[in-house]
Design a protein around this ligand. Structure first.
Ligand SMILES: [Zn+2]
Ligand SMILES: [Zn+2]
Ligand SMILES: [Zn+2]
Length: 468
């Protein structure tokens, strides 16, 4: 018969780790912590303490110290937005994004419900073409049919008679990488933030011009608010989906003048995007590039309050929320982490096209005149250095406010409470992250249970004829 140590050696690393965890007398408390993080896949470990005193009497109202916790640490969520990195945190982030965008459309979360009566629309702005790429078609049409197509200077066909399904890895890849303008693509990404700024400036200027007013005169009568999300298309070019709303000068609490209708807004979004022209910094080798938005502009009205036409508010909020959780694994968005050099690019698990874009970022990042674009630091996102979701100040609530609201809601469980009438003395430090193999298995199980519970609760609500 084998002794205990020999039997343990026969167990896998995961099994051994599970036994260690379950035998820990504080296993129950550890499960509570994992449950409080929603089963986060890569929790942050903190060590420290918080002491809350009554400011008047100095009496200790609450004391919390991780010395009493399993492993002497507190686990908190990683808050990664990508579903491929952490599914539970990504779900939470998608939920916050949904509420943030929705509040700007229908009110709630400190935004008045009057906003639903404001002129609003949903617009998609796209990058221009940088060279022909293979494309999926909905109706079984050919990719790029060309009679007597001939070949390019690199000897590759100028057309493609194939029919590509949406999952075909060729979709989004250039017909000829030699002809594709990688420099223009990367420089466009690096200026995407300025292109958006120029677009919103044009919105004000074009509205002012329509009314024969100055821009500052216009600003005294209305304000443009927006929330936008960046999405990488299959061709690895960023496109921007935006909710745009017109308010009065004071923001959400204030209606715009009656002439500022949804139709006027739709017209001006079209002319404002088409008029944007920027120039890249001049370099002796590259000269200057002119930057503009692509001609493919989609402007859709949102359903007016009580109306039937146009996109529904909840559908738009859900659409935007879906984009913020997309990760590198299911898109052409590059990598989740910074790149340290050409070796990293060569080893990156991405398509040849995305690798070529990273290579262009690295190469152009070494050009002195382009230094301000920080192309090497942003090679992993293909030169784009914006956030995935951005909004104007007056559009809606913030992620921080939504998190605070959740913390308030969970005050009973939150050990890190603070209050204006109390003095809090807190000392925290980072001591690690992630899970051991056995802990990862348990956390995953807890995350799945929580997801199932949520679905059951939703089904019950539906069954009762509640909201959908
Ligand atoms: Zn997480
Ligand atoms: Zn093709
Ligand atoms: Zn070519």
């Amino acid at each position: 018969m084998l002794d205990r140590a020999a039997r343990l050696r026969q167990l896998s690393e995961v099994d051994q780790d599970l036994i260690r965890l379950v035998q820990d007398p504080r296993f129950g408390r550890w499960v509570d912590q994992i449950t409080a993080t929603g089963g986060c896949a890569h929790p942050i470990h903190l060590s420290g303490s918080t002491t809350t005193r009554d400011t008047a009497t100095g009496e200790i109202l609450h004391h919390y110290d991780t010395r009493d916790e399993p492993g002497e640490r507190l686990l908190i969520r990683c808050r990664n937005r990508r579903a491929t990195v952490c599914a539970p945190c990504s779900r939470l982030h998608a939920g916050d994004t949904f509420h943030l965008v929705r509040a700007g459309l229908v009110g709630g979360k400190t935004i008045p419900t009057d906003v639903r009566e404001r002129p609003r629309l949903f617009a998609t702005l796209t990058a221009p073409g940088f060279g022909p790429v293979h494309r999926a078609t909905a109706d079984g049409a050919r990719c790029r049919p060309r009679r007597n197509a001939g070949t390019c200077d690199h000897g590759r066909p100028l057309g493609c008679p194939a029919v590509h399904g949406p999952a075909d890895p060729l979709v989004g890849q250039p017909l000829c990488p030699g002809c594709y303008d990688y420099t223009a693509h990367v420089l466009w990404h690096a200026h995407a933030g300025r292109l958006w700024k120029a677009f919103t400036d044009n919105l004000y200027n074009h509205l002012a011009a329509r009314l024969g007013r100055t821009r500052s005169g216009l600003r005294r009568t209305l304000r443009i608010s927006y929330a936008k999300v960046a999405e990488y298309q299959k061709r690895a070019a960023v496109r921007v989906h935006a909710v745009v709303r017109l308010d009065g000068p004071a923001g959400p609490i204030d209606p715009p003048p009656p002439w500022a209708t949804a139709d006027v807004l739709a017209t001006v979004v079209g002319t404002a995007a088409a008029a944007v022209r920027l120039r890249t910094p001049y370099t002796p080798a590259l000269g200057e590039h002119e930057l503009r938005w692509g001609t493919e502009l989609d402007v859709r009205p949102l359903r007016a309050f009580g109306g039937r036409e146009g996109l529904a508010d909840d559908a738009v909020a859900a659409y935007v929320a879906k984009y913020v959780t997309k990760g590198a694994a299911d898109t052409s968005a590059g990598l989740d982490h910074r790149i340290n050099g050409p070796d990293d690019i060569a080893a990156a698990p991405v398509s040849a096209h995305v690798r070529a874009l990273m290579g262009s970022c690295w190469r152009l990042g070494g050009v002195p005149e382009l230094e301000p674009l920080h192309l090497r630091a942003w090679a992993h996102t293909l030169g784009y250095r914006g956030y995935i979701l951005t909004k104007s100040r007056a559009y809606s609530t913030t992620y921080a406010a939504l998190r605070t609201e959740r913390a308030d809601h969970e005050r009973d469980r939150a050990q890190l409470a603070d209050d204006a009438a109390m003095a809090t003395d807190a000392h925290w430090r980072y001591v690690g992250s992630g899970h051991t193999p056995g802990a990862a298995l348990i956390a995953n199980g807890i995350a799945e249970d929580l997801a199932i519970n949520r679905e059951v609760a939703r089904d019950e609500l539906r069954g009762r004829g509640g909201c959908q």
